[in-house]
Design a protein around this ligand. Structure first.
Ligand code: GLN
Length: 247
């Protein structure tokens, strides 16, 4: 199967190896006989409804976020429609912030958001940096990664977090929540990149994207050995437990 991926602003939003998430999705798709067809979507490009099975956006500094935020907000209706029609989505850190209702930067500048995720972000004085470990009860799994953000993201009361913080800061350093889920869309502060050390989430995203591509149910993907991935997860989880969530 050809899996059509729209990579939003690859030249602006790509820090802490976020581009590596695309490489992992491509490799894991290929190992199951599928092909990832990645298109860059940048400033001035449109998002055609139904054209993508998966949308991806990485993280970025306040400066890069400010450069693309108005253009991304203008793509908001098309992105919300695409996800409502079953397109899967992964958004990391700066991209995750801008897929909420907005981000107020450290200079007090208000950046518009897409309003896909039910949250708002305001930058704080101290950056929240370090390894993170999450418990994702909805999947019976854990997620491990690295965070570095000034933004404090407040989810609406009825919003679904991606996970409960076991170690680390997470969305705001005190709610104990990290990330957000809305149907087939996932947002998170976790860099690293995220997917090499959390292959189950890569497979979950691929399965949702295949469901969009076929119009059917998310398929069960053939398991892979994932020995190195499991080791990387264990190391990251241990680092988070040892020193995550401390200024
Ligand atoms: N610039 C945003 C912040 O500082 C996002 C940073 C990032 O993507 N790592 O919170």
């Amino acid at each position: 199967m050809r899996i059509r991926v729209g990579h939003l602003y690859p030249e602006y939003l790509n820090i802490y190896a976020d581009r590596g998430n695309i490489a992992v999705l491509a490799r894991r798709a290929a190992l199951r006989g599928h092909e990832l067809d990645v298109t860059a979507i940048s400033v001035g490009d449109g998002v055609r409804p139904g054209a993508h099975d998966l949308l991806y956006v990485g993280g970025g500094q306040d400066r890069e976020q400010a450069l693309i935020a108005p253009d991304l907000a203008a793509k908001g209706p098309a992105i919300r429609d695409a996800v409502a029609d079953g397109t899967a989505l992964l958004a990391v850190c700066g991209g995750y912030q801008l897929l909420g209702r907005g981000y107020t930067g450290r200079q007090g500048d208000d950046l518009p958001g897409v309003g896909l995720f039910p949250h708002e972000t305001v930058a704080g004085e101290r950056r929240m940096i370090g390894d993170v470990l999450l418990d994702c009860a909805w999947a019976g799994r854990t997620l491990a990664g690295f965070e570095n953000h000034a933004g404090r993201t407040r989810l609406d009361a009825d919003a679904e977090p991606l996970g409960r913080v076991v170690a680390g800061f997470g969305n705001d350093g005190d709610s104990g929540q990290e990330g957000c889920r809305a149907g087939r869309a996932v947002g998170t502060y976790l860099h690293g990149p995220l997917l090499p050390r959390n292959p189950w989430l890569a497979d979950w995203l691929l399965s949702q994207a295949l469901a969009h591509a076929t119009g059917g149910e998310p398929p069960e993907l053939e398991p892979l050995p994932d020995r190195l991935e499991a080791q990387a997860h264990a190391v990251s989880a241990r680092r988070a437990r040892d020193r995550g969530g401390r200024f």
